[in-house]
Design a protein around this ligand. Structure first.
Ligand SMILES: O=C(O)C(=O)C[C@]1(C(=O)O)C=C[C@H](O)C=C1
Length: 121
């Protein structure tokens, strides 16, 4: 091995190190749970806005709006870069989110058409 080991003990290589590592993991998972609570709250708020917007859409091309999807993904990419996070993580997350919201909108549209159709059709 060309690199010298030095004094630093890798976390987990001793019982005390392993216990400290496990405690830190638990602490960081609590932080992740708190962040998830905020993220889901914001996603719920965003979904409410998308539902309201869907009321004004009347056809599938408007639901899919590929130009708008590209715009949102491009913006999210740039925001991620600005926040020093891997942009592919943010873009893939939003791609999945928009896919699901598009599915939700298509269901809303179909339900509305079914409700508007004359009975027995
Ligand atoms: O902007 C819209 O038209 C939306 O329906 C919102 C949204 C999004 O989640 O950002 C969802 C689906 C696509 O149509 C485009 C964007």
């Amino acid at each position: 091995m060309s690199q010298q080991q030095g004094d630093a003990t890798p976390a987990g290589s001793t019982p005390a190190g392993a216990a400290a590592g496990a405690a830190r993991i638990a602490e960081l998972r609590t932080t992740i749970d708190e962040i998830d609570q905020r993220i889901v709250g914001l996603l719920a708020e965003r979904t409410r806005v998308v539902r309201e917007l869907t009321v004004h859409k009347t056809d599938e091309p408007t639901v899919r709006s590929p130009d708008r999807v590209r715009q949102v993904l491009g913006r999210v990419h740039d925001l991620a870069v600005g926040h020093d996070m891997p942009p592919e993580v943010a873009v893939a997350t939003y791609r999945a989110l928009i896919d699901e919201l598009t599915r939700m909108q298509l269901h809303m549209l179909a339900d509305r058409s079914a409700a508007a159709a004359p009975k027995g059709q």
